[in-house]
Write a protein that binds this ligand. Structure first.
Ligand SMILES: C[S@@+](CC[C@H](N)C(=O)[O-])C[C@H]1O[C@@H](n2cnc3c(N)ncnc32)[C@H](O)[C@@H]1O
Length: 243
């Protein structure tokens, strides 16, 4: 599984929203910007700014890749639960498909708030709610269930997205704007994106579902897409807050 390709695909889903939120948060005037849980750098590499960029992640392998994709960023191996930065160090602190993976998202948001300057911005750009995933036709619903269960086994809080605004509130971060990310219509899932989805699914389901079952569902999925009957929606939320 090429995780960087997956993160680039997810970054494509949030491009318009990121452009809007970073503009509102004053990226062009920011001096220091931090991504918590930066992974392989899919988002950091895409930021057009003269600010000094910082990325933090637990996974050394992800940081090694991040160094290639976002060479301008200062990278640190660390834990979002205890950020190794001084109070009020950044103008913008953000994350992207991240809080669902930490075991204490409230503590992580409190840390993000602590290292953000007065009047600075905190952006949680994309947090999914797999518990409300919709798959049509109905035969494909178990595909969604399997994937959700697999994410749970890997440690994800699959309904984090639904709690995002509440977590900001609990952390004492003043919410400026929050909502669901507008996805493009189903028809805009290209064949390449579908192949990528299946690569993720096959990796997620390995050892849980037989190869034959996976192939059968993939055929059903392909037919449904071809016939214009496929619906796949994972509600995904963002929150923009100010300190
Ligand atoms: C789904 S990836 C997202 C990467 C990147 N934000 C993106 O969207 O391309 C989640 C990342 O969070 C990192 N991560 C998980 N728990 C963490 C923690 N407690 N502290 C720091 N990083 C963590 C993982 O290593 C992984 O790189």
């Amino acid at each position: 599984m090429n995780w960087h390709n997956r993160y680039i695909q997810q970054a494509g889903w949030t491009r318009d929203l990121r452009s809007y939120l970073f503009d509102k948060a004053g990226l062009d005037r920011a001096h220091r910007v931090l991504e918590v849980g930066c992974g392989t750098g899919a988002i950091l590499a895409d930021l057009q700014t003269s600010a000094s960029l910082h990325g933090l992640d637990l996974d050394p392998a992800a940081l090694t890749e991040c160094r290639i994709h976002a060479p301008a960023a200062a990278l640190t191996r660390g834990n979002g639960l205890a950020l190794p930065y001084a109070n009020e160090s950044f103008n913008i602190v953000f994350c992207h498909f991240f809080l669902l993976w930490v075991h204490d998202p409230l503590q992580t948001l409190l840390e993000m708030k602590r290292v953000t300057k007065q009047n600075g911005h905190i952006l949680a750009l994309a947090e999914p709610d797999y518990s409300h995933r919709v798959d049509k036709p109905d035969e494909l619903a178990r595909l969604g269930q399997w994937q959700t269960e697999s994410l749970q086994r890997q440690g994800a809080d699959v309904s984090l997205g639904a709690r995002l605004a509440d977590l900001f509130f609990q952390a004492g971060i003043k919410i400026v704007e929050t909502g669901a990310i507008q996805r493009r219509g189903n028809e805009a899932f290209s064949p390449d994106e579908r192949e990528q989805e299946w690569a993720v699914l096959s990796a997620d389901l390995a050892g849980i579902v037989t190869g034959e079952e996976i192939r059968k569902l993939k055929r059903l999925d392909e037919t449904a897409w071809r016939n214009g009957e496929r619906v796949l929606n994972v509600p995904t939320y963002f929150a923009w807050g100010q300190v």
